[in-house]
Design a protein around this ligand. Structure first.
Ligand SMILES: Nc1nc2c(ncn2[C@@H]2O[C@H](COP(=O)(O)OP(=O)(O)O)[C@@H](O)[C@H]2O)c(=O)[nH]1
Ligand SMILES: Nc1ncnc2c1ncn2[C@@H]1O[C@H](COP(=O)(O)OP(=O)(O)O)[C@@H](O)[C@H]1O
Length: 198
């Protein structure tokens, strides 16, 4: 079985098809990912584990696997997470085995994770391609995050504080896509996921 670093380091194998999507809370990552899930089953979307409670209209096993703190602790202890991070008071992580299985089989894999997780993937899997989803403007980001209406004012403020840090990290990414039109971003992202990546 290839090691974690061997998967990422193998520039000739299917591991080049690991794509990471990051960007500030509210920019539209989940919306773009939902479009890809519904229209492009050829791309495999990693389903993260999280200790955050489900939002209305989220289904366990679809957007996330919703787990307890104890279950999350156990996954860390067993080495079952490829990466994980704490974000706005909750923990999120990528289950390792399903990602490695798909990459070995040559299936394109998309991870939607935060900046801290993206940095861990960059460190451990150097073959991954990193895409930053940017808002058209700061005002529009605030509008989207507030307009979604799924978080309290306090949580929105916390996410906006984090968003400033995330926006400053854009240059770490291989490519920026600006989310003006969801359909345009979906098509551009799909092209990057399916293209042979340098
Ligand atoms: N590191 C890491 N971050 C994740 C993972 N899954 C989701 N996230 C990120 O956690 C942050 C919060 O996600 P969520 O609570 O769903 O809020 P939303 O992205 O604003 O809809 C976002 O930046 C996600 O990209 C994961 O497995 N690992
Ligand atoms: N291109 C877009 N134009 C206008 N609104 C958008 C666009 N993309 C997403 N949204 C809206 O912005 C809000 C935040 O999007 P979401 O996908 O939940 O963001 P994220 O997953 O990055 O936190 C949602 O209400 C969503 O409908």
């Amino acid at each position: 079985m290839p090691t974690e670093s061997a998967i990422g380091a193998d520039q000739s194998g299917p591991a080049k098809r690991l794509t990471v999507l990051s960007g500030p809370s509210g920019v539209g990552k989940s919306t773009v990912v939902r479009e890809i899930r519904e229209r492009h089953p050829e791309v495999w979307l990693s389903v993260s584990v999280t200790t955050r409670p489900p939002r209305p209209r989220e289904t366990d096993g679809v957007e996330y696997h919703f787990v307890t703190d104890a279950e999350f602790d156990r996954m860390i202890a067993e080495g079952g997470l490829l990466e994980w991070a704490e974000f706005a008071g909750n923990r999120y992580g990528t289950p390792r085995a399903p990602v490695e299985e798909r990459l070995r089989a040559g299936v394109p894999v998309l991870l939607e994770i935060d900046l801290q997780g993206a940095r861990q993937v960059r460190e451990n899997m150097p073959g991954a391609f990193h895409v930053f989803l940017a808002p058209p403007s700061w005002e529009e980001l605030v509008r989207r995050l507030t307009g979604r209406g799924t978080e309290s004012a306090e949580v929105v403020q916390r996410r906006l504080d984090t968003a400033r840090v995330e926006l400053a990290a854009e240059k770490e990414f291989d490519r920026t896509l600006t989310n003006t039109s969801v359909e345009d971003v979906r098509d551009e992202l799909l092209a990057l996921i399916l293209a042979p990546q340098m």
